[in-house]
Design a protein around this ligand. Structure first.
Ligand SMILES: *[C@@H]1O[C@H](CO)[C@@H](O)[C@H](O)[C@H]1NC(C)=O
Length: 501
């Protein structure tokens, strides 16, 4: 027995995958190799199977007149006037900010100075300020014409290309929690649209694909810029945004109903590093410049928004992202870790003085040591409701916890796994090149997350085992399993059931 918590969790680990398998039984039925026998009637209905969405409704919403009108007005506001700067560069010879890693288990490292490493002339600053002010002046009118379905809640995911396969892994694990939240998967372009996955497999998982190209055309935006538009254009009023590689450990729907979401309508999660936002950003946007160590840099793989309170925030974030790659991503990160859309959401709320809750508990990281090298796998992101209740944090300490009287940090409950450090492509899982087949110096297979007794105790069950079990059941319990299944099963049996770690 690895630890006591596993015992308790045995039955859901057995029942859920079986039922999930039954639930998915038809998922692959249009492909011969995935054909399976019918489940006994007695086993049907043990997990809540969400109603199939009416596919045409959201598609109609996205291609409807109100949305077309919003995009026309938004596009016109975004592109109005010359922002006056082509690209912001670092000061010549300056390596940029160090982007210091803030160890979640260390004591508060002390205050930091707000730094600037960017070369900008006074005229450029003035020009960006004017452009920003003009756009900001249009936000409330744009917000008034932004359509959404009042009272609805749902999950929005970004995918496309190989990310659609990663999203399938996440959807399977999401549905394992029993959540009834509907999912909309935004695909960038029709070239990346996989009809079989979207219309058969995802549909059975109550997930619907929406193609951004239908609304905004092709080549209008790239990469990170799609995220803000998918949140803004999704019809849900209350949105939980998940990167394609992120999934919840429990049904996350309760977060919509409790503090801090209820009063703030916006939740963000922290990243590992110190904030590297340039003070020029505050200068240009007139945002109040608080202490650097007020919060860490932001991680935007998981976000929550209530449009009734935050449509304006989303519209300003759209502006930061529209001018992101050459301008605002530079101002907000200055070339440090993970430069991209990460800071644009939180800083839009700050600029508009809107309330939001930034989870204080820093993300956990799981991974294993093999031959003296750390192979990381995933991040653990925490429950905001529990985070708020955890009184042992101070407001100003960038998520570095005060310890309790026994000098022990008890983090809030884990809620999400963000498997971004190696990507779990459902169709490659178990392939020869997969990280699961790495062996240690004794030639043994090991858990990809390393030793996570504390995490699993906190979660109440062995999340890594559940993850592999769920995926094996969906992938391999079929009449003609794909060729990587024996290797995958061998990995699972060896690592999780022979006592080896
Ligand atoms: C670790 O070392 C062992 C023994 O030298 C070797 O067989 C194994 O492939 C190595 N693993 C990795 C991931 O490098």
């Amino acid at each position: 027995m690895l630890f006591p918590a596993r015992r308790k969790a045995v039955w859901p680990l057995v029942i859920v995958p079986i039922v999930l398998f039954l639930y998915l039984r038809g998922t692959f039925s249009s492909t011969n190799s995935y054909m399976t026998e019918a489940p006994p009637a007695s086993e049907i209905g043990q997990v809540p199977i969400p109603a199939r969405p009416d596919r045409s409704v959201a598609v109609q919403f996205l291609s409807g007149q109100k949305m077309k009108n919003l995009w026309k007005e938004l596009h016109s506001a975004l592109t109005h006037g010359d922002i006056g700067v082509k690209k912001i560069e670092l000061v010549e010879g300056d390596g940029g900010p160090s982007g210091e890693y803030l160890d979640p288990n260390s004591d508060y490292p002390g205050e930091r100075e707000r730094e600037n490493h960017l070369a900008m002339t006074t005229a450029q600053i003035q020009s960006m300020r004017t452009h920003f002010t003009t756009y900001k002046g249009k936000i409330s009118k744009l917000a008034s014409i932004t359509p959404y379905w009042k009272g609805t809640r749902g999950i929005v995911m970004g995918a496309g290309g190989k990310y659609t396969h990663i999203a399938l892994t996440s959807l399977l694990l999401l549905r394992r929690t029993g959540t009834k939240l509907p999912v909309q998967v935004f695909i960038d372009t029709h070239d990346e649209y996989d009809a079989e996955l979207c219309e058969v497999t995802f549909a059975r998982l109550n997930a619907e694909c929406l193609v951004m190209e239908d609304l905004i055309g092709k080549g209008t935006v790239s990469q990170y810029q799609y995220k803000i538009l998918s949140i803004l254009f999704s019809p849900f009023q209350h949105v939980l945004f998940l990167d394609a590689d992120a999934w919840p450990i429990y049904d996350p729907a309760f977060v919509f109903e409790e503090e801090p979401y209820k009063s703030t309508g916006m939740i963000t999660w922290p990243d590992f590093w110190v904030s590297t936002v340039s003070w020029l950003f505050f200068d240009i946007t007139g945002t109040k410049n608080g202490p650097v160590m007020e919060r860490r840099s932001s991680e935007s793989g998981i976000l929550m928004f209530n449009k009734e309170m935050h449509t304006e925030t989303l519209l300003l974030a759209a502006y930061y992202n529209w001018y992101g790659p050459d301008l605002y991503y530079k101002l907000l990160t200055q070339g440090a870790h993970g430069e991209g859309d990460k800071e644009t959401f939180l800083h839009a709320a700050l600029a508009l003085e809107k309330p939001f809750y930034n989870v204080r508990q820093s993300n956990g990281i799981v991974g294993r040591w093999i031959n003296d090298t750390l192979h990381t796998a995933a991040m653990v992101q925490h429950d905001p409701v529990d985070d708020l209740k955890t009184e042992k944090y101070t407001e100003q300490h960038a998520g570095v916890p005060k310890k309790d009287k026994d000098d022990k940090v008890i983090p809030p409950r884990p809620l999400f796994i963000h498997h971004n450090l190696w990507k779990m492509d459902f169709f490659d899982l178990g392939d020869d090149i997969s990280p699961i087949h790495m062996r240690d110096k004794d030639g043994k297979l090991t858990r990809t997350w390393g030793d996570q007794k504390d995490l699993f105790k906190r979660a109440g069950f062995d999340i890594e085992e559940m993850m592999f079990k769920t995926l094996i059941n969906a992938k391999c319990r079929v009449v003609n399993p794909p060729p990587e299944c024996p290797g995958l099963r061998n990995y699972y049996d060896t690592v999780f059931h022979s006592g080896s770690r």
